[in-house]
Design a protein around this ligand. Structure first.
Ligand code: ADP
Ligand code: ASP
Ligand code: MG
Length: 417
């Protein structure tokens, strides 16, 4: 008997029929003698709908109220799933994040989990119940409801698995594992049987929507065995077959059987670029520009500063598109005049495309193949950043799909492994 956490995403919870299927699958695991905690997302489209309602009221919603609104999607989902489990004859109990409690900081709309009190969960499990806990939401020290950022149910599930020292965290979704790139963009993409923790971390941080980055961080920090698999298979398929399906995140490099140089292509459409032209070239400038941005709690992604010509230089950085307006306001109000910059430029239509692979450590020529491929497609590279196991470029977002397909082919990802 093992304690196992299941997470079901929005599509997997997308209708009452799908919720019944989730209940059937969970009932199968429970009947095999396992203790099961289920962490569902809101039904697909629901979080967008709720946030859309808020935007109909105001285009400057208070983030605290946004969390109050958005968190309700998951609350409906846990209640429905508990009912569906009961209908399968399984004793089940649902909890909202604050009831558990999933404790977070107070950064509304992107809160971080600080701890999980799991006494009542353990008590219910020991009494033979399946426990259903809302994904995506938590509670801060003052009792305010918080949410963990879009896609945050992944993080809820892995964090709960870590706190309960679960044997496995199974992330059930609408694809049957982690692919070499999003199979919706490149139909030839190939499923990886295993992916190293480091590669998964890079892929998630570079925009692969399959897992929220913080869930991968938790999996790494607490060594939670985590598997991504499909919720759309027959819910009654044999357990051992199910346990071998999907993609396992591995922590040991030598377990990484698929030694392709590049494991995947990630992309992120949510980037926006701000350029400050005619910046005086003197010590402290980067701090004067990015300090106020950090104080406004805006995450900066890529940064580029050109060589100074005639005592001035240009400075560009990218932020998440949802924080673009706020970042521009900060630069206009607190930076431009103060540093004596000539002009502010901006581009909301950029995206980031990245090649990821631990094989890059021991292979040369990856960057040049990437740049050659993009140049052959006539795609202009606006910014570049590299790490030991990834190369990212910022390009015009109208070329995103073309770039992803071309790179997937150039690195021979449909055949590797
Ligand atoms: P869920 O609602 O289950 O959390 P998401 O929509 O958040 O599901 O994530 C699953 C989606 O991630 C897939 O439908 C797929 O389009 C997308 N995706 C992006 N990159 C990848 C990848 N490398 N492998 C598999 N799926 C990917
Ligand atoms: N429902 C939330 C969202 O749509 C959380 C999640 O699905 O993981 O972002
Ligand atoms: Mg998701």
């Amino acid at each position: 008997m093992a304690l196992i956490v299941h997470k079901y995403g929005g599509t997997s919870m997308g209708s009452t029929e799908r919720i019944r299927n989730v209940a059937r699958r969970v009932a199968k695991w429970h009947a095999a003698g396992h203790q099961i905690v289920v962490v569902p997302s809101a039904m697909s489209g629901e979080t967008n709908r709720l946030l859309g309602l808020a935007r109909e009221i105001t285009d400057r919603p208070d983030p605290r109220e946004l969390d109050m609104i958005a968190s309700t999607g998951e609350q409906v989902a846990v209640g429905l799933l508990a009912l569906a489990l009961a209908a399968e004859g399984i004793p089940a109990r649902s909890y909202a994040g604050w009831q558990v409690a999933v404790r977070t900081d107070s950064a509304y709309t992107k809160a971080r989990i600080e701890g999980i009190d799991h006494k009542r969960v353990t008590r219910d499990l020991d009494a033979g119940k399946v426990v259903v806990i809302t994904g995506f939401q938590g509670v801060d020290d003052e009792g305010h409801i918080t949410t963990l950022g879009r896609g945050g149910s992944d993080t809820s599930a892995v964090a709960i698995a870590a706190a309960l020292k679960a044997a496995e965290c199974l992330i059930y979704t609408d694809v049957d594992g982690v692919y070499t790139t999003d199979p919706r963009i490149v139909p030839e993409a190939r499923r990886l049987k295993v992916v190293s923790f480091e590669e998964m971390l890079e892929m998630a941080s570079l925009g692969s929507k399959i897992l929220q980055i913080r869930s991968v961080e938790f999996a790494g920090k607490y060594r939670v065995p985590t598997r991504v698999l499909s919720s759309l298979t027959d819910p009654l398929m044999p357990l051992d077959e199910e346990m071998r399906s999907g993609t396992l995140i591995t922590f040991e490099e030598d377990e990484h059987m698929e030694q392709a140089v590049i494991s995947g292509i990630a992309f992120n459409r949510d980037e926006a670029k701000i350029t400050i032209l005619g910046v005086p070239d003197r010590p402290g400038i980067a701090y004067q520009i990015l300090g106020p941005i950090a104080d406004a709690n805006i995450d900066v992604d890529m940064i580029i500063q050109n060589q100074a010509v005639g005592g001035t230089t240009d400075f560009s950085f990218t932020v998440h598109r949802s924080e673009f307006k706020k970042a521009l306001e900060v630069i206009d109000a607190e930076v431009k005049g103060k540093i004596g910059a000539r002009e502010i430029g901006s581009d909301e239509k950029v995206c980031k495309v990245s090649a990821v692979g631990i094989g890059m450590r021991s292979h040369v020529g990856i960057a040049s193949l990437m740049f050659r491929t993009l140049s052959e497609e006539g795609i202009n590279i606006q910014m570049i950043s590299t790490s030991e196991i990834k190369i990212s470029v910022i390009i015009d977002d109208k070329y995103m799909e073309l770039a992803v397909r071309a790179l997937h082919k150039a690195f021979d990802l449909e055949h590797a492994g």
